[in-house]
Design a protein around this ligand. Structure first.
Ligand SMILES: [Zn+2]
Length: 316
């Protein structure tokens, strides 16, 4: 089945990396190109690197369109990127217009988590499941909702900000300026912050995991695998908040499948088993066993594939 009519390029713009590739009609990916975002250099330089990525994968063959997955918040109708916390200096940047001027083909710009959600729905762990919820747990926490066979965008295309659901009103400050968002309590950044605090208190074997440098989420997972108690407590706290957030979403949307992407998708059953348990304890009894919780399947390609497929579905 052809998912994409036409020759299309997908680009995933992240806070640290830009990935571009051609996406074939069946959703397969070829001619990948990756480069650093160097977000601190500001929008003009980053857009220049996005263009370089597109040119590299385009080669001599023309394309019909370009789909961009970009950190939100953004307006996917106008393709204007509003002010993403991890792209400093971006204030109402008309990314769609700038790329259309440059390449003279239709461009579609979508929130990165929404694009990944659409990719997992079409070709990954959420294939055909409706409603499907996608949540990515990495540096931050993002989400996307597929409802009645389409990405649910909301009145202003801002929907799906699962990471900014408040799960603890007294919780840690969040990058969005509020307090106790899921992202502030359960993201990789939140785990790293808890590990740094434990390091200051001299708790556990945190110094061994990080080799003395500032601990990152992967150090916490490595120690957790070895049975370190402090790491287990930090991860259990993250899972507890994740379960609260997911329970809220399940009660609102009664999904068939929840797909978990980002760094934790590869953590295996030592992460998913306690998450399933905590989640089922947080649900009203009628919601038990109504959905499946699955690790994402497309890995880093989800955004590129989803952005290209959303380009193919655009209405302009
Ligand atoms: Zn927030």
């Amino acid at each position: 089945m052809a998912l994409i009519m036409g020759r299309c390029i997908g680009v995933d713009v992240g806070g640290t990396k830009i990935a571009a590739a051609r996406v074939e009609p069946d959703g397969s990916v070829s001619r990948r190109f990756r480069t650093e975002t160097r977000a601190a250099e500001g929008p003009d330089r980053v857009i220049e690197r996005i263009c370089q990525g597109i040119e590299r994968v385009m080669g001599e063959e023309a394309v019909d369109g370009i789909g961009i997955a970009c950190p939100g918040p953004l307006d996917s109708r106008s393709g204007v990127v509003l002010s993403p916390p991890n792209l400093p200096g971006w204030e109402r940047i008309p990314l769609k217009e700038r790329l259309e001027d440059r390449f003279q083909v239709p461009v579609c710009v979508e929130n990165d988590a929404n694009a990944a959600a659409w990719g997992e729905y079409l070709l990954g762990a959420g294939r055909g499941a409706d409603p499907m919820i996608y949540i990515t747990v990495s540096t931050g926490i993002g989400g996307g909702v597929v409802l009645d066979g389409a990405l649910y965008r909301g009145a202003d295309t801002y929907a799906g900000e699962i990471g900014h659901m408040i799960v603890d009103p007294q919780g840690a400050p969040c990058g969005c300026g509020r307090r106790g968002c899921l992202e502030a309590m359960a993201s990789g950044t939140a785990l790293a912050r808890a590990a740094a605090e434990a390091l200051r208190n001299g708790d556990g074997r945190i110094r061994e995991w990080s080799g003395g440098s500032l601990p990152r989420a992967e150090h916490v997972f490595a120690a957790f695998r070895e049975g370190d108690e402090v790491a287990s407590r930090i991860i259990d706290d993250g899972i507890r908040y994740l379960a609260i957030g997911l329970a809220n979403v399940v009660h609102l949307l009664n999904p068939r499948v929840i797909v978990i992407g980002g760094g934790v998708a590869g953590a295996g059953e030592m992460f998913f088993t306690p998450l399933r348990e905590r989640l089922s304890n947080s649900l009203m009894p009628s919601f038990a066993d109504t959905f499946e919780l699955r690790p994402a399947e497309l890995g880093a390609d989800a955004g590129v594939i989803g952005a290209a497929a959303l380009w193919a579905k655009r209405t302009d």
